[in-house]
Design a protein around this ligand. Structure first.
Ligand code: SP5
Ligand code: ZN
Length: 352
């Protein structure tokens, strides 16, 4: 299937992330975008450039003030002098506006850039550098272009999004994500010919951003399999099985939480239940994270390459127009093969 890829992903090049107060090497790195591209080229995929989209295509999902913040945060950070004192050249928050700080007071945006960062960031592990926003917009353009291609008649298109997106919400970023590429693709499909869109999220972590964007809507069904946040894993606060949607969206959200060490025997049947949850939709978005693989450093799931291929087959059997959106997957030696193997199994099942 065609793959939409932009070299602009390289502009997001974090050199350290702050985790539990310690700066550690990041794993959402430019090499990810390169090994995926190399695997696609080897597999003979047609690689296409994204088409630039408008601000209006981003504000279907994201708050305008949030977009303005992301676009300007690093410049203001540098102007405020943080690279020299105390010596941090990436935007990293140091305080967070917990609801209990305000009580019934109005929530007013702080002035200091290091505090303002906490207004929009859910964690300290998602650094904003000079090219981060441009890369995030290029990734969003990949997802939007893939959706456009599916609306124009392609049966399936893969958007090689980097940075990933499923932890980002309407007005917050985190978990290595800035703009929610999968949600943007889903909205684009909705605004096109798809009355009801399913999102199947295979990433090892729960896509809290995507879930909350559509939690009260019935026209976008979100279904995710992930490591149980109650086993102590990111995104920690949401992703439980009893989160089933609210209001008009009641019943349109499905979470399959797995315990540490779960492998194909648990994961593949859970994927089958996700497929059942989105059956009957008019189009599909797959948040294709492959960090559930046994060798991945970011999750304790133990899914095999054969497990991912089986997921591809089951999703292909739905027969829906499908946009694949890259999410996580951090072991560079297996990342490309897992992605290409999943897509190939999907195509075999779905047919040409
Ligand atoms: C898109 C995606 O997969 N995001 C996942 C981000 C999860 N980050 C959690 C915190 C990262 C800390 N990693 C430390 C690894 C030490 N071995
Ligand atoms: Zn993940």
């Amino acid at each position: 299937m065609p793959a939409v890829w932009s070299e602009s992903h390289r502009l997001h090049d974090p050199h350290g992330e702050v985790w539990v107060g310690v700066t550690i090497p990041p794993d959402e790195v430019p090499a990810r975008g390169e090994v995926i591209r190399a695997a696609l080229v080897t597999a003979g995929a047609r690689i296409v450039e994204p088409t630039p989209h408008s601000r209006g295509d981003l504000t279907t999902v994201h708050d305008p003030d949030f977009l303005d913040h992301l676009a300007s945060a690093h410049g203001r950070w540098v102007a405020a002098g943080y690279p020299n004192n105390p010596g941090q050249d990436q935007v990293v928050p140091y305080v967070f506006p917990l609801p209990q700080i305000f009580g019934s007071l109005p929530r007013r945006l702080p002035v200091a850039e290091s505090a303002r960062a906490g207004w929009y960031a859910m964690d300290t592990t998602t650094p904003v550098g000079p090219g981060t926003y441009a890369a995030a917009v290029a990734a969003a353009d990949c997802a939007l272009t893939a959706a456009d291609m599916v609306l124009a008649g392609e049966r399936a298109v893969y958007a090689v999004c980097r940075p990933p997106g499923h932890h980002a919400g309407r007005d917050f970023y985190g978990g290595a994500c800035f703009l929610n590429n999968a949600a943007l693709a889903a909205e684009q499909l909705r605004r096109g010919s798809a009355a009801r869109v399913g999102i199947v999220d295979l990433d090892a972590h729960h896509g809290n951003g995507t879930q909350m964007l559509f939690y009260e809507r019935s026209d976008v069904v979100y279904a995710s399999v992930h490591i149980d946040p109650d086993a102590g894993w990111f995104p920690h606060f949401v992703g439980r099985a009893d989160e089933t949607g609210a209001g008009p969206g009641q019943g349109a959200n499905r979470n399959e939480s797995l315990p540490e060490g779960a492998g194909d025997a648990e994961w593949v049947p859970a994927v089958g239940r996700l497929c059942a949850a989105v059956a009957g939709c008019d189009a599909l978005v797959v948040s294709l994270g492959v960090d559930g693989h046994v060798d991945d450093p970011e999750s304790p799931l133990r899914v095999s390459a054969a497990g991912y291929a089986e997921a591809g087959r089951r999703i292909g059997a739905l027969g829906l127009p499908t946009v694949f959106v890259q999410e996580g997957g951090y072991e560079l030696s297996t990342l490309g093969g897992l992605v290409v193997g999943t897509l190939a199994a999907f195509e075999e099942e779905m047919g040409p």
